[in-house]
Design a protein around this ligand. Structure first.
Ligand code: DGY
Length: 330
């Protein structure tokens, strides 16, 4: 097959070289292995000449991005969250939208739990303490003292696949699991997670550890702000592995500085990769660079699923994780 006859696709972010080489067997690939983030004008231009695209959360796919994309059939997100997609605009333009659910559930739930443990037990703060030469003796009271996880109450806001994965891990620590979600789980799912449904207010008031795993939508913007933090126990921790914008980071920094809650663990930030300057100065917050799904095995599985979605859409089959399923006519 010569290059001219291959359909043209965009791979908007760096991916594993083997995955790229495989794509190049069937497609003419405009790749971005230097991993530079396209401006919106560049993205619009790139999308104008392709039939499919692999993107990540950094690429906003809206009416503006799609303005000249007359041949585009599919945009496959290498991510389960798809708040970078304006799905109605994509549907109106006849562009299939896909994401990567399931393949990252356990890896992300593992990380949520790891971040919770690091936060409650002050692990990164302790490490800095050791590296900075402050550890001169073992002490009963003068070493960093944390909060227990075992036999405390975890409150999970957002009880989808990842939230349920965190709940199941919490059971192994003898934790009492409460949750709040847009819709209540089935009785069987609640039983499998040992989880009790409560209002958001009750969760914030009673949980020792609050973990956020809900998708970002306009409605969920600042689900946690000053008012919600004021409801939490002063001994509580807050972990955000959901999306930047779910938490009001300025309000959180203010609360942490005033010790209104014990500590926070954040994997996602408003305006990331920027981090609120006050958060950077605080020792009672654990900061991670949006790595909840970042194991090599899982990132490869995410790329593979995105490629499978793209290939299916371009060969007239239903992509396995099609979001705007009304566009697929069997
Ligand atoms: C996801 O898959 O949504 C992760 O947060 C990476 O964006």
């Amino acid at each position: 097959m010569n290059t001219q006859s291959k359909p043209k696709i965009l791979v908007a972010r760096a991916i594993f070289p083997e995955a790229l080489a495989k794509l190049e067997e069937s497609f003419e690939v405009r790749s971005n292995q230097e991993d530079r983030i396209f401006s919106s004008a560049e993205l619009q231009k790139e999308l104008a000449s392709v039939v499919g695209a692999l993107v990540a959360g950094s690429e906003r796919i809206d009416a503006n991005a799609l303005a000249n994309a007359k041949d585009l059939k599919v945009v496959a997100n290498i991510s389960v969250g798809y708040n970078n997609f304006d799905v109605p605009a994509m549907t109106a333009a006849g562009v299939m939208a896909t994401n990567t659910p399931d393949v990252l559930t356990d890896t992300t739930a593992d990380f949520g739990f790891a971040l919770l443990m690091a936060t409650a037990r002050r692990i990164t703060e302790s490490e800095h303490w050791v590296r900075n030469g402050h550890w001169d003796k073992w002490s009963i009271v003068h070493n960093p003292l944390g909060m227990d996880l075992h036999h405390t109450t975890i409150g999970i806001i957002g009880m989808g696949r990842i939230g349920q994965g965190i709940a199941k891990r919490a059971l192994g620590f003898g934790m009492n699991v409460i949750y709040h979600n847009r819709s209540r789980l089935s009785e069987a799912d609640e039983k499998a997670c040992g989880a009790k449904y409560v209002s958001k207010e009750e969760l914030l008031k009673t949980a020792d550890h609050v973990v956020l795993v809900l998708p970002y939508t306009a409605e969920n913007h600042h689900t946690i702000g000053a008012k919600e933090i004021a409801l939490m126990k002063p001994t509580a921790t807050l972990v955000n592995i959901a999306r930047g914008g779910i938490v009001d980071d300025a309000a959180l920094a203010h609360a942490l500085k005033a010790n209104k809650i014990f500590a926070a663990g954040l994997d996602v930030f408003e305006g990331e990769p920027g981090v609120h300057s006050e958060l950077l100065k605080l020792s009672n917050v654990v900061l991670a660079p949006h790595i909840a799904s970042a194991t090599e095995k899982t990132r490869r599985a995410m790329v593979d699923l995105a490629v499978e979605n793209l290939r299916a859409a371009l060969s007239g089959k239903k992509p396995p994780s099609l979001i705007n399923s009304e566009l697929f006519k069997a």
